[in-house]
Design a protein around this ligand. Structure first.
Ligand SMILES: [Zn+2]
Length: 165
């Protein structure tokens, strides 16, 4: 992936490190009773979708099984299907809410491949816009990131709720 020039990330990383919860953040998201606070957009009995706290771009989502497992091969067929269906749903929601020009979708397995959290498998969905490497600092100068991430959360949630009606 191209490295986005995003100086605003530093401020956000500091903010997050102050409030960093203990343990696996995906398991925390799987258990939380406050979905919005934990930025969980969708959760059923098998899988969840949440905003990435360290986004590469606006609308960067993480999809994961609720079970704390590290290998793709450990997923049950039901979980594979649920993750596939959730990927489809998230693409649809992001397309409608954020109108991206494209997506990067992938799984980092192992630290060598860039996995920040090795033992709870997750799929990254990263919307991309033409010229987004130039456009990111522009948004950054007008918004504090924690606020921006909840703005995006609300925008995605409105579309998600509409699709489920
Ligand atoms: Zn976990």
């Amino acid at each position: 992936m191209d490295r986005l020039w995003a100086p605003w990330r530093m401020k956000y990383v500091e903010y997050v490190s102050i409030e960093k919860p203990k343990g696996c953040f995906l398991c925390n998201a799987a258990k939380t009773s406050n979905l919005r606070e934990k930025l969980v957009l969708y959760r059923n009995e098998l899988v969840l979708a949440m905003m990435n706290l360290y986004p590469y771009n606006t609308g960067h989502l993480l999809l994961a099984p609720l079970r704390h497992i590290g290998d793709f091969e450990e997923l049950s067929d039901e979980e594979v299907l649920a993750l596939g269906r959730l990927t489809k749903k998230c693409i649809k929601v992001i397309k409608e809410a954020l109108k991206p020009d494209g997506f990067n979708i992938g799984i980092n397995i192992g630290r060598v491949a860039g996995a920040g959290l090795e033992d709870h498998i997750h799929i990254h969905i990263i919307p991309r816009w033409n010229g987004d490497t130039n456009f990111m600092p522009l948004i950054a100068s007008t918004k504090v990131i924690p606020e921006a991430i909840y703005d995006t959360y609300d925008k995605l949630m409105r579309v998600l709720e509409k699709l489920q009606e």
